[in-house]
Design a protein around this ligand. Structure first.
Ligand code: TYD
Ligand code: MG
Length: 456
């Protein structure tokens, strides 16, 4: 038997080093090397990795002759999930679903699979929970009668063997971190195991045309546990996220070879599972308090869907030499820039004030169209003057204090109207086409005009 030795694997890029160093020499990340009792028995590896019976023929083909017929999308059963996937599941694709523990990944998978199993052969491999636990959850969700096949196992070779004889069209592995292969000696969840098991499952998906969904855990820093290469190997990376104390759950695509990446799907976690929220705007702007200072409704755009969210600010006298600039759901640097513009073009200096800005409901807004709403919210808090209750705002602010048009203006206007916002402050450049009679629109082209309209 070969002598066991240790190697140090980078959790970020997956490269291996004989010695521990503070910085990975390959990807230059710090503190990412982990010791592993890894030993690859090279002689048996290629054999075990080969799937007899359906190995693809290696031959050169003409692009025009490649058949693309076999890749229609099949709906996942949940419209919000389909939206993020770009219209449904593609045969032979591998989807990685990441998220914090307890966020509801297994619940989402079970709900979707129970619907999918009506017309597709499905196999749910659980390495984390027993079959009994899954059955209990299914009862809670009211889907215990679904025609779904379960396999409680975490050894890759036996899972692949079962799949080969069972031939499911959709294979789910919950979770990739619990899987291990016999060809490696390191523990399940280690970099080497995650990488090897995932790459074999990817190969299996491509060779058999099976849809493979891998569930993955997220580390404290918010990245998927295991090497970053996991994200490169799969076709689609979805993140399931949400605040612990809120029932909202957002699913977003970080990478998608078969669709756009900026779509989000919205769910609410209830005591009988996840419910789809097809009109999220109405949920994010339930304002209890009237005339609250510092609160502004922003018409944001998430993917192809406009989304109304509430931006709240608090500006307060600071006792620190360096006053605080804190944002939740927004970019900190952007806030610093906007405060500088406020100083220069609206005569508002906040050098001795703490500024806190928060987007309600755990939503993250990273588009410049939020600029104007942030500024008006900061101003409203500083002046201690509330803005009109039925006012919605969007627009980008430039460094010279000009209000710049943003994309999809018309859709934003319509969404605001649909939700009963009868006043609108927006860029002049977005004013085109017919407008509804029951909306008062203030189209502005400078910050000064916007401030005047908001507080008149
Ligand atoms: P789970 O799907 O097990 O999370 P993950 O697989 O991401 O770790 O979901 C666990 C949480 O969801 C748990 O805290 C209980 C809650 N939950 C509900 O609120 N309602 C439900 O119907 C179910 C099944 C779970
Ligand atoms: Mg789970």
């Amino acid at each position: 038997m070969a002598k066991a030795k240790t190697v140090f694997s980078c959790t970020s890029c997956g490269s291996q080093h004989p010695k521990w160093t503070g910085q990975c020499q390959d990807c230059s990340d710090w503190n990412t090397l982990q010791e592993e009792a890894a030993l690859v028995s090279t002689s048996s590896k290629p054999k075990a990795a080969r799937f007899e019976g359906f190995a693809p023929k290696s031959e050169v083909q003409k692009l025009q002759e490649v058949s693309v017929k076999g890749s229609p999308r099949s709906p996942s059963g949940l419209a919000e999930l389909d939206r993020v996937l770009g219209g449904g599941l593609v045969a032979g694709s591998v989807i990685l679903l990441g998220g914090d523990p307890g966020i509801g990944k297994s619940t989402l998978i079970l709900q979707s699979l129970s619907l999918l199993s009506n017309d597709k052969k499905t196999l749910y491999v659980t390495g984390e929970e027993s079959a009994q636990q899954i059955a209990l959850r299914a009862t809670r969700l009211g889907v215990q009668d679904a025609d779904l096949d379960l396999l409680a196992d975490n050894q890759l070779e036996s899972i692949l063997q079962v799949s080969q004889s069972h031939r499911p069209e959709v294979l789910v592995v919950d979770s990739i971190q619990t899987l291990f292969t016999d060809t490696l000696q390191s523990a399940p969840g280690s970099v080497a195991q995650v990488r090897e098991t995932a790459s074999r499952l990817v190969r299996y998906a491509k060779q058999t045309g099976t849809i493979v969904i891998l569930v993955g855990h997220v580390t404290k820093e918010g990245a998927l546990a295991g090497p970053r290469v996991l994200e490169h190997m799969v076709d689609t990376v979805l993140y399931f996220e949400g605040e612990r104390n809120s029932s909202f759950r957002l699913i977003r695509a970080i990478k998608n070879r078969f669709g756009a990446v900026n779509e989000i799907g919205v769910f609410a976690m209830t005591d009988t599972g996840l419910k789809e929220v097809s009109n999220p705007s109405a949920m994010f702007i339930k304002r209890e308090q009237k005339d609250a200072t510092g609160s502004v409704v922003l018409v944001s755009q998430e993917g192809t869907r406009p989304l109304l969210v509430e931006v709240q600010s608090l500006v307060d006298q600071s006792s620190l030499a360096n006053p605080r600039r804190v944002t939740v759901g927004l970019d900190n640097q952007r806030l610093a820039m906007l405060l500088a513009v406020l100083n220069r073009h609206a005569g508002l200096s906040l050098y001795d004030q703490d500024v806190f800005v928060n987007v309600i409901g755990g939503v993250k807004v990273h588009e410049p169209a939020a600029d104007l709403a942030i500024m008006l919210s900061v101003l409203s808090s500083f002046k201690n003057k509330p803005l009109a209750n039925d006012l919605a705002v969007f627009g980008e602010v430039g460094l010279t204090g000009e209000i710049r048009p943003v994309q999809r203006g018309m859709e934003r206007i319509k969404e605001a109207e649909k939700l009963g916002f009868r006043q609108l402050i927006m860029p002049h450049g977005n004013l085109s086409g017919a407008r509804s009679q029951n909306q008062t629109v203030a189209a502005v082209s400078t910050l000064e005009q916007a401030v005047q309209k908001a507080f008149e």
